[in-house]
Design a protein around this ligand. Sequence first.
Ligand code: KG4
Ligand code: ZN
Length: 356
Amino acid sequence: MKILAIETSCDETGIAILEGTKDGESFSFTVLGNALLSQAALHAEYGGVFPALAKREHIKNLPPMLEQALKQAGEQTLDAIAVTYGPGLEPALWTGITFAQKLAAEWGLPLLPINHMEGHLISSLVQNGKLEHVALPVLGLLISGGHTEFALMKDWFDYTLVGQTKDDAVGEAFDKVARMLGLSYPGGPEISKLAEYARQNNITSDIKLPRPMLHEPTCDFSFSGLKTAVLYALRDLGGMHTLSSDHITAFAREFEDAVSDVLIAKTRRALEQTDSKTFVIGGGVAASKHLRRTLGARIEAEFPNVEFRLPALDITGDNAVMIAMAALARMLSGAEIIPPPETIAAKGSLSLQTAK
Ligand code: KG4
Ligand code: ZN
């Protein structure tokens, strides 16, 4: 089965063509074509994603990217079109949906609406192009610019949220703190890079940031206090302009350490509460090397019966390959498509719990 998938929920435009096959309980995916374009540099001057600009860029870029993906894939007979319908920025989502609807009508193909977070989760479970040997329940820690949540998949495509952020998403906190430190957007990779440098070169500071909600007996998060703590710490030091580059580097390290400590502690709680057999992380922040390392070591030490799966680095951020994988997994296993394609509309705050 071959599918063309479109992703436009935020500031990445993605079109991918994948072939998927099913052999017993095992799914195999081959990427036949993949066009991905980040608008990050254009949004950088606004310090974050500017929805009207994202919409304009998606509209402009989708047609040439379609050509590029089709050319890369060569002569293929497609079986369906998949498109992200939420969560995300509604004006951006609509560009992908309208484009997909037009293609589906022109080519006479079925249209599958896919939840962006399901794309992150399912694709993060894929290893070397294969989705297999997945022991349920799966606990997913989804960490991106818009979301921070624990999704429990008890049965395939049946999700329960067991914890989420009460305010900022973790990626959002990375981006806002990076801005305070004078780093460019998107700030997550910048902070992460500086923090790695600080660890390698033993650069530390006396700044101690809070670990919000660490001891609260829930799997929920809060990151806005951490962001405020950075603001106050910077003010107490006399402002950003007084900081040396070592100071900024040490700040980045302490911030990433604080975030990782919270994510690790909450993961331990969520694993204990849910009795999960597989743990997976997904979303842009899953690219943090420190987080990948520390979470991995902790789970291996404390939960030897839980399998930890990490997404390949090139699919942690938004892309259309992940949307195609979720769509193929659903189609090949005969899962119901929700919502019915005829009623497809952009859903800015779509939850995974409605994706069953
Ligand atoms: O999943 P994603 O590409 O887009 C959303 O769906 O939001 O996630 C983007 C987020 C941004 O906040 C970005 O700063 C963060 O992921 N990010 C990182 C890293 N790479 C991207 N955060 C920490 N460390 C990284 N290496
Ligand atoms: Zn995302």
